[in-house]
Design a protein around this ligand. Structure first.
Ligand code: IPD
Ligand code: CA
Ligand code: CA
Ligand code: CA
Length: 260
């Protein structure tokens, strides 16, 4: 598949970020806390610098929205939405499930996404209208249609206060009707794994644009459906997300709306 300059830039930027991450992985880190359970290290910050440098060298006029700084240029037509290290808790514990996640928004739509998981040596990429790929091979969501045969994945917000009822209510309801649930600790990888059919669906709330931007286009281009819990595309403002194959999306959406 011949990708555009945008996708090639996303790939180069993800590579640059992943190189930084691997320099720090399983070494002693300086960890600060943004919230009581919400760590950030020099790996997150330096990966972000490397990613933004690659992008800005090629597209200096484009906007950036990235987790580890205050710059928010989401209103620009082209805006790169960057999670320089998704899965920081895993990373600081030496668990290999983490990635760099980069999405490019044009106007109101994500048009390119790259998720790079360097320890697993897996690169997920998608571009609008061109399909989704894992290490160069076309991927598709699963075709599981029965909830009891489905493997689901979710995550829990750093800040649970005020959300316990719905988060644990949904968890309990889905435990009772799915084959199993996993919790990887990286929302971007959760979505990438839905895209390639390892998981049948992913749901979570309080996600930020950088957690999901790349995953949205990767799941869509793999034939899946991505909405918020209301079934709309307002995932950035509502910060709830369900990514699923076409056969399960409606069934799961109904369950997620049973607990208010
Ligand atoms: C977090 C991870 C985690 C999810 C959290 C995210 P971070 O991102 O994606 O799986 O449960 O909601 O904030 O902080 O590791 O980039
Ligand atoms: Ca974080
Ligand atoms: Ca994240
Ligand atoms: Ca992050």
């Amino acid at each position: 598949m011949k990708f555009s300059k945008y996708a090639q830039t996303a790939l180069a930027a993800a590579n640059a970020g992943a190189d930084v991450l691997m320099k720090y992985y399983q070494k002693t880190l300086n960890v600060e806390y943004k919230g009581i359970t919400d760590p950030v290290s020099q790996a997150d910050k330096n990966s972000q610098k490397a990613v933004i440098k690659v992008i800005k060298d090629i597209f200096p006029q484009h906007g950036v929205l990235a987790e580890e700084d205050g710059v928010n240029e989401i209103k620009k037509d082209y805006c790169w939405i960057i999670d320089p290290l998704d899965g920081t808790v895993n990373f600081v514990h030496g668990v290999p499930l983490f990635c760099v996640s980069i999405g490019l928004k044009y106007k109101n739509e994500i048009i390119v996404g790259v998720i790079y998981s360097p320890v697993m040596k897996e690169i997920f990429i998608a571009e609008k209208g061109k399909g989704a790929y894992l290490n160069g091979k076309r991927i598709k969501v699963s075709d599981t249609s029965k909830l009891i045969r489905s493997l689901a994945v979710t995550g829990f917000p750093y800040e649970l206060e005020g959300r316990r009822k719905r988060v644990f209510g949904n968890f309990e309801n889905i435990v009772s009707c799915a084959q199993g649930i996993r919790r990887l600790g990286s929302a971007a990888l959760d979505m990438a794994y839905v895209a390639c059919g390892r998981f049948d669906f992913f749901w979570e709330e309080t996600l930020k644009p950088w957690d999901i931007a790349a995953g949205i286009i990767i799941v869509k281009e793999a034939g899946g459906i991505v909405t918020d819990y209301n079934g709309t595309k307002n995932y950035f403002s509502s910060s709830t997300l369900l990514a699923a194959n076409k056969k399960l999306h409606k069934q799961v959406l109904k369950i997620l709306n049973e607990t208010k």
